[in-house]
Design a protein around this ligand. Structure first.
Ligand code: CAA
Length: 240
């Protein structure tokens, strides 16, 4: 029987590519999304992958939606914590709300989804959690104290939970994407983005499916010895 995978933020951008890649690999995929109903409807119509709307920063919503998905599709074996937002701004202009929303959704979402699914994986003796971090969590980024802190937190969260899951067959790994051709990166002011791209040795933005390939590896049956690991996919921009 096909294993069940949930991808948060799974209907657009990197998340969409991950949902499709997992479907190609034979997983039954459920895609979560936060707010863009039109995009989610179009995604589901195009791919046949069901989409479910809830806020991953809301603890109770994660618990009950994951329970509902498990009741509908089967036990959840794979979670890809991809959902994330930016609220960029230099610290002296950043509001507490901009700090808090990014921490709540980007980092809190990983905790909430793990709370909802890790115990079941642990009991069944198999699971794969893949957290999408960022080059900016590894290296920092001007104007992103909130996002860099949340993404850096994801890398720590990954290594800690990996230690808890190891003897139960549950691996926990992270991918640290560089700058990817998505709506999120398109929102960076053009002159700022030009300077960033000029510093990428490969000389271009990543395509979303180049990030999804890393998820394919971490979620595969034969990646059981890989845990607590971070795969950087950044065109050589930061060698960590
Ligand atoms: N290092 C040093 N100084 C910098 C700098 C940098 N990287 N970037 C900007 N500055 C300086 C500018 O030169 C400018 O200095 P002067 O006033 O002396 O000219 C000053 O900071 C203010 O710059 P801005 O005019 O850009 O200031 P702003 O307040 O209008 O905007 C900002 C600030 C919102 C942070 C804007 O610079 C920005 O959007 N930067 C991009 C941040 C970024 O990379 N975000 C990534 C989003 S995608 C993502 O996060 C996905 C992922 O995982 C990779």
């Amino acid at each position: 029987m096909a294993r069940i995978a949930i991808v948060t933020g799974g209907t657009r951008g990197i998340g969409e590519a991950i949902s499709l890649t997992l479907q190609e690999q034979g997983f039954t995929v459920a895609a979560n999304y936060g707010g863009n109903i039109e995009a989610a409807k179009a995604f589901t119509a195009r791919t046949g992958i069901p989409s479910y709307r809830w806020d991953v920063g809301d603890h109770e919503a994660c618990i009950h939606n994951c329970n509902d998905i498990a009741a509908e599709l089967g036990p959840i074996d794979v979670v890809v914590n991809n959902a994330g937002i930016t609220r960029d701004g230099v610290l002296h202009k950043m509001s507490f709300d901009d700090w808090n929303e990014v921490m709540r959704i980007n980092l809190g979402g990983c905790f909430n989804m793990a709370k909802a699914t890790f115990p079941g994986m642990r009991e069944r003796g198999w699971g794969r959690i893949v957290n999408i971090g960022s080059i900016n969590g590894q290296a920092g980024q001007y104007g992103q104290v909130n996002y860099a802190a949340a993404k850096s937190g994801i890398h720590g969260f990954t290594k800690a939970l990996a230690q808890e899951g190891a003897k139960f067959g549950v691996t926990v790994n992270a991918i640290a994407p560089g700058y990817v051709d998505t709506d999120m990166v398109a929102a960076v002011p053009a002159p700022v983005l030009e300077k960033i791209v000029a510093k990428i040795p490969v000389g271009r933005l990543a395509q979303a499916n180049e990030i999804a390939r890393g998820v394919t590896f971490f979620t595969s049956e034969d990646a059981g010895f890989v845990t607590g690991s971070t795969m950087s996919i950044n065109g050589g921009q930061h060698m960590y």
